[in-house]
Design a protein around this ligand. Structure first.
Ligand code: NDP
Ligand code: GDR
Length: 355
């Protein structure tokens, strides 16, 4: 008798913050997980390291495949060979500030990359369920707060425009071609694995480094911006729940509570017993040509239909991130001796600094 096939998922963007948490969640649930990774000069995939060390998982239920989002032939071959039941499309240029510097590649990967994937799926012998990681940035400067699934899209950044295109295409393939395709309209979600150029991680990393005497000050952009910040592991669970429902649909994943960047700074520095005002400087290079101001999501539909709710509150998220950065710096110190931390470590920096 043939062994029953374990559920199989494909994750694009598996090396990112969400991809790593989603891999862990799906592997825990017994899935076989395939991930698309783009080739670069380093084989280090820090966020997946714990999974690589577990030999019962790596080589048996976790498989990585090289493909950039513009590599249609390779992605098609991988999907034909793996025939996943579910595709979680998380890959893309995810930095809003950087998208003003690199609008063309942002659209190429985030907008066109999604369309290419949908077109490949259209030709597959099986029709996997498809989830697109959409964003609150599609609302731009909304005329109402909180926003819900019916709020008009008015993006104000190249990133937001690209996500709007991808979101609408996902809807179109669902409505016109009968795909089981969903948009997870995610508000900001953070964790110790957050990329270092996003404001939360930049702040927690700096608070930790300054408290240990390894950084002098923090250069910041707008402190007035307000965001609805949640905890990343909970958001990937929301994504999974969306694909387990019997009907496809779009859902807001958010906490419904907003805070300012200044609130985040205050809280993070308080965790290490410092006053934030003594350690930061505003630097115009970190301001954006256009800023979204009031993004707060209404997660009622996700709560009523999927039973999903964010659990971890703002203060707890900040505290976890600061503590994790303190541990990270301490372990780096043990391994390589003390070294100063630069406040300008953003790999996307070009003429204007966008971290
Ligand atoms: P990250 O920036 O941490 O991860 C992005 C992932 O996409 C990485 O694995 C990256 O690979 C991959 N990637 C980028 N460009 C390409 C490409 N050209 N080809 C193949 N892979 C590529 O993002 P998050 O995990 O935070 O977010 C996941 C998704 O959710 C993103 O699409 C983001 O825009 C969206 N989103 C995130 C929110 C958040 O608050 N985190 C909120 C709303 C939406 P590599 O490791 O090589 O860089
Ligand atoms: P965002 O997150 O643009 O909301 O996109 P980010 O953390 O980059 O910025 C949040 C707010 O902080 C302000 N800010 C700064 N931002 C950065 N990065 N660096 C700074 O020094 C700084 N100073 C102030 C920004 O101007 C902004 O107002 C995130 C990403 O995860 C997207 O992929 C996702 O779609 C949205 O969240 C929802």
């Amino acid at each position: 008798m043939q062994e029953p096939r374990t559920p199989t998922a494909m994750i694009t963007g598996i090396t990112g913050q969400d991809g790593s948490y989603l891999s862990e969640l799906l592997l825990d649930k017994g899935y076989t997980v395939h991930g698309l990774v783009r080739r670069n000069s380093s084989t280090s995939r820090k966020r997946l390291e714990d999974l690589f060390h577990d030999k019962t998982i790596y080589d048996k239920r976790l498989f990585l495949h090289y493909a950039d989002l513009d590599d249609t032939t390779t992605i098609r071959r991988i999907l034909i060979n793996t025939l996943p039941d579910e595709i979680y499309h998380l890959a893309g240029q995810s930095h809003v500030g950087a998208s003003f510097e690199i609008p063309e590649s942002t659209c190429e990967f985030t907008a066109m990359g999604t369309l290419r994937l949908l077109e490949i799926i259209r030709d597959l012998p099986n029709r996997p369920k498809f989830l697109h990681a959409s964003s609150s940035e599609i609302f731009g400067r909304p005329d109402r707060s909180p926003q819900n699934e019916e709020t008009p899209m008015r993006p104000v950044s190249p990133y937001g425009v690209a996500k709007t295109f991808a979101t609408q295409m996902t809807k179109l393939y669902c409505e016109s071609f009968g795909f089981f395709a969903c948009n997870a309209i995610c508000y900001n979600h953070e964790s110790p694995r957050r990329g270092e150029s996003f404001v939360t991680r930049k702040i927690t990393r700096a608070a930790a480094a300054i408290s240990l005497g390894r950084q002098d000050h923090l250069l910041m952009g707008s402190l007035d911006a307000r965001r609805d910040w949640g905890y990343a592991p909970e958001y990937v669970e929301g994504m999974w729940r969306m694909l387990q429902h019997d009907q496809p649909g779009d859902y807001i994943l958010a906490t419904g509570v907003e805070h300012s960047v200044e609130d985040f700074l205050r809280e993070a520095f308080a965790v290490v017993g410092l006053r934030w005002k003594n350690h930061y400087q505003v630097d115009a290079r970190y301001l954006r040509p256009a800023e979204v101001c009031e993004l707060r999501g209404d997660p009622s539909k996700a709560s009523e239909v999927l039973g999903w709710k964010s659990q971890t509150n703002f203060n707890e998220i900040v505290a976890r991130m600061v503590r994790s950065d303190l541990d990270l710096l301490a372990s780096q110190e043990r391994h390589s001796g003390s070294s100063r931390v630069s406040s300008e470590m953003d790999p996307t920096q070009s003429r204007r600094v966008t971290s």
